[in-house]
Design a protein. Sequence first.
Lengths: 176, 261
Amino acid sequence: MELSDSRTIDAPREMVWQALLDKDVLKNAVPGCQEMSGSPEEGFEAVVVQKVGPVKATFKGAVTLEDMNEPESLTISGSGKGGAAGFAKGGAKVRLEDDNGQTVLHYDVEAKVGGKLAQLGSRIIDGFAKKMADQFFTNFQEALEGPAEQEPDAEVADGAETGEKKKGWFRRMVSS
Amino acid sequence: MHNFEFVKPGTVADAVAALKGDEAQALGGGQTLLPTMKQRLAAPETLVALSGVDEMKGICKDDEGRLCIGGGTTHAAVAADGSYPALSAMASHIGDPAVRNRGTIGGSLANNDPAACYPSAVLASGATVTTNTREIAADDYFQGMFSTALEEGEIITEVKFPIPEKANYQKFVQPASRFALVGVFVAKFADGVRVAITGASEEGVFRWTEAEEALSANFSPAALDSLSVSGEGMISDLHGTGAYRAHLIKVMTGRAVSAAA
């Protein structure tokens, strides 16, 4: 399964790059991630729980960051074993483009599954992988920009308090 | 299969209480869950069988003329009922006799397999899914493959179908499983036509709104002539590409309209 897409993130390229290397950002962005430890240099260990219909699998695996070309491009790859369910691995080539203070994030994702998951689930794997990739980058974007949808009331209250647009948690952290 | 606890409550209230336990899982007819557990792809600690809850079984009509089917009602019982002929015909072709005599409407809807038959009937009929806590309109219930509006531990107690003037379900079967490679449920009501497609999209069941508009103006297969469906976002597997499934949507919709008219 392969897919390519891009999205514009309202944050400077340097900040997007920092977020890509941040353990907590990755943990929040990987759908179903329960634990994430390690460092960008040595790689991360992750525990991911996924539920698709009746199937529930816990994947233990490694996430590595490679081909790092700061602040333009890198490859995020991960692979994990899900016990009886089989294994899953996937990678995303990410390219960051500066666009007047915003960042265009291009990604090419490749995903593979094996074992019983692949045997029994061939008709749903592509759709599921797309959904996961989309969720990952949506979560990532929200860490930098704040949630896409906000309660109108909450926004008004926030604006009155801070006098500015609500920021994503990663942006708040690095700019404070 | 891993070990698990088995409980069989007799009321909805007891079932809801039993599902509050850690890693508890509701069991309908077990036609999806049990094979999954045998493959060790799921290992719930407690199975809460809903088959002992008599208040969730049976078929009746309410004051508004809707067909009300208990969540624990088997496909075979719906097939035998006949008061919503297109729905009974659909139920009579799900899986095989074992699936039809064990599998339940509530189980099928809670699982929301992207190729299951029932979701298309519920969506095309504009049915209402009733749970132990609330009523959910079909348009709000289905949220992508294997995703529904149900909360953790929520049980489908009943599904209420308005009965259309005309309706038909056409399924292009995946011959091994009898799941829908593409299934189309067309329902014509006094105020318009609804068309729901299962088996085709990676997002699960969906309404084909262009066809609904065309058929609401002119309920005949010819109304579909100028329409086409893109293969984008359609399921591709060894049984058929996305483009093939997209093509089947139009063909099967035409057949359903012919059969219903």
